[in-house]
Design a protein around this ligand. Sequence first.
Ligand code: SF4
Length: 386
Amino acid sequence: METQAPRRSPWAAQALLALDREGRYRDTCGLDLRLTRAFGFCQGVQVAVARATRAAEELAALGKPASERPRLFMTGEIIHNPRTNERLAEAGVTILPQGNGLGRLAVVRPHDWVIAPAFGITAAEEAELERIGCRVIDTTCGWVRRIWQAVRTFSEDGLTTVIHGKVEHEETRATASRVAGAFVIVRNLTETQALAAAIRRAPLSPDGPRFADTFSGKCSPGFDPEHDLVRLGLVNQTTMLSSETEAIGEILRRAVDASPAEGHFRMLDTLCPATQKRQDAVRELLAGGALDAFIVVGGFRSSNTAHLAGLGVGRVPTYHVEDAACLVSRDEIRHLPPGGHEAAVSRGWMPPAPCTVGVSAGASTPQSEIEGFWLRLIALYRGEVP
Ligand code: SF4
């Protein structure tokens, strides 16, 4: 099925120009398309993708058969955007097997090249690559390094690090690995309340989950709630919701103050400005009201995209889509439901014209995909594509 809007449609150039210059395009069919004032690739992602692409080009330019030149690996997806990873794979980049152990690096030889992504790799992986002696193209973003510095300071000052993040996310795993002392990872407010209860030494409900159950696999080895929840420092995964990190900080601050032990709480401002700017821009667009639907474009595995979509949930019909092809038809949309892990197809997504549709895109979504999405959306409203 043809899902892309024709870029050469008479109205396409005019629409792209208006969206680029004014962040808004009103089509004669009655669609009013409004963009958030910030969206798409952040600088950290731009640099990471450019350096990975350049490395692939450099190897190809050696002019040797693939079997005679260094192999080019990535420790994982360079960013959470399927098309970008596919393009790098076509350019000859191989993603190493996934998992937590160092065994996944066993295929790397000293003459190979390995790309570390923008969200960083663990300290153990870094040491192992150094031991192997391969060339590492390190694209770790400066804002992620800033968090590593913060957790090192916490450890030096005897604080337990609390990371607001997703335990399975590469960035959170990399950050946790830089903590020299105790750490615990909280994903959301529910887990923070459980942590606050443990800080207050609140009696656990006989039926409720135990600390060890809630935080299994989410804290440092040998974590002892009795001793390790007295002095805390909070940082966050750069792509989490800033308002949630602030709420988590407030809960922990109150719990530490109420603790029978003399406690202390520190929160370092580790929010990434690009994430903050994109979240603020979504809040601004939503606050302007009058949206009939809100759609965010970005990989289904992209944490920052999911959080942008989360801001619209409950306020306006909101959809997190991966690309233009997710606009299956005027009736069907393929999207990631809020908090879900699997894409789903919903029906009746398209508000009838005249209507206003707000659009944003995550920090890992290339501009070409964003533009393809705009054009297909307009073409669907115009009835020019099925
Ligand atoms: S989202 Fe922020 S921390 Fe992550 S790569 Fe972009 S600029 Fe860096």
